[in-house]
Design a protein around this ligand. Structure first.
Ligand SMILES: Cc1cc2nc3c(=O)[nH]c(=O)nc-3n(C[C@H](O)[C@H](O)[C@H](O)COP(=O)(O)OP(=O)(O)OC[C@H]3O[C@@H](n4cnc5c(N)ncnc54)[C@H](O)[C@@H]3O)c2cc1C
Ligand code: FES
Length: 337
């Protein structure tokens, strides 16, 4: 069967798909590495829409299928005839090389607000990739729980560097397999197997518009990386961070954002607390409500970058659309499987 993959910018890529082979596997065999993670129909990362032809979908998790007619997960989609499939990414965002596999040593584990850890890993140098930590701010790495096939994605909070340092902010989910291990058993010096970098959440640096960055909980990790990138390049674009949490205690230690602000003086910050305690003087409410308040001030409709759990993404998207922000100015990363 012939599958035609149509990218967001209209590029058409032909792939031969064998009987019983998923569209994702067929694309990879043809050297096209589309966004994917779990490869078992649960993370939703390989979502696409079939616009022509017959197909069969294997089992997938509730809520993982993209909305709308023809919504499929390419890791579970078998072609029953020639197919045409529209994907969310632009041609340049489709990898032409297999995602690197790396090893890294846990260099530091430190508290990062209530219920979260700041995790620093040191990449081991290898012949193919050298020692550097090479990624685009906004991307993530997948970590394997030692001794198992369990893998979880974590977004980078720092900047690419020659030393091979990777920094993450990881929320300790009660009963969570990976984060539970991290909070209870992980030790400095242990080795982790990683895959990455992956993901297409990145700044549209060609855009002349102001930016609003919205972070919910541990979604602050890639948002910090974007802000640090702006600071490093002296990017003078107007930027407003909306940082939401359930409780004030969940925010990162204040010196982290203070250091970013010192290097990015035009940065405005709104802390939004959903359940504030007595004495809270910042915004009371969720991140979507804080965004509506910022957008109600008027001015040029900004580009909006949002990172957090799925429900927050939906409410923030609804607030942005209600305020008249065009969909193409909305960039989102979901940080919960
Ligand atoms: C692209 C991407 C980037 C991510 N980046 C980060 C990051 O920077 N920091 C980070 O902490 N996490 C991040 N995540 C989430 C992370 O991959 C794991 O899903 C999370 O750490 C839980 O894994 P676990 O094995 O500990 O829990 P699991 O064993 O997978 O889950 C245990 C239970 O907790 C629920 N659960 C899972 N995640 C959450 C959550 N975040 N809050 C509340 N309940 C949850 C599950 O539904 C399940 O019921 C990211 C996810 C994606 C897809
Ligand atoms: S890679 Fe297809 S749903 Fe996760």
């Amino acid at each position: 069967m012939d599958v035609t993959i149509v990218t967001r910018d209209g590029v058409r890529l032909g792939v031969a798909c064998a009987e019983g082979q998923t569209v994702l596997a067929a694309a990879e065999e043809a050297g096209l590495y589309l966004p994917s993670m779990c490869r078992e129909g649960s993370c939703g990362m390989c979502g696409a829409h079939v616009t022509g032809g017959a197909y069969e979908m294997g089992a997938c998790a509730d809520g993982a299928l993209p909305k709308g007619e023809g919504g499929v997960l390419l890791c579970r989609c078998l072609a029953l005839s020639d197919l045409e499939v529209e994907v969310e990414v632009r041609d340049e965002q489709i990898g032409r090389h297999r995602v690197p596999e790396r090893r890294a040593v846990i260099a530091e584990l430190a508290p990062a607000g209530a219920g979260a850890l700041a995790v620093t890993l040191q990449l081991e140098a290898d012949d193919t990739h050298g020692a550097a930590a090479d990624f685009v701010p906004g991307q993530f790495f997948e970590m394997r729980l030692p001794g198992t096939e369990v893998r979880r994605a974590y977004s980078l909070a720092n900047l690419p560097n020659w030393d091979g340092r990777l920094e993450f902010i990881i929320r300790l989910v009660p009963g969570g397999r990976f984060s539970g291990w991290l909070g209870a058993e992980a030790r400095v010096g242990q080795v982790l197997e990683l895959r990455g970098p992956m993901g297409h959440f990145a700044l549209d640096e060609a855009s002349p518009r102001p930016r609003v960055l919205v972070a919910g909980g541990c979604g602050v990790a890639p948002i910090l990386s974007l802000l640090r990138h702006m600071a490093e390049f002296g990017d003078a674009t107007q930027v407003h961070l909306i940082y939401g949490a359930n409780r004030e205690a969940e925010f990162l230690p204040p010196e982290i954002l203070a250091a970013v602000k010192a290097a990015l003086p035009q940065l405005e910050v709104t802390h939004a607390v959903w359940r504030p305690e007595a004495g809270w003087s910042g915004f009371s409410g969720n991140a979507a409500e804080a965004l509506s308040a910022v957008l109600a001030q008027g001015g040029t409709m900004p580009d909006i970058y949002v990172c957090g759990p799925p429900r927050m993404l939906d409410t923030v998207a609804a607030a942005a659309l209600a305020a008249g922000v065009p969909e193409r100015q909305f960039f989102a990363e979901r940080v919960q499987s």
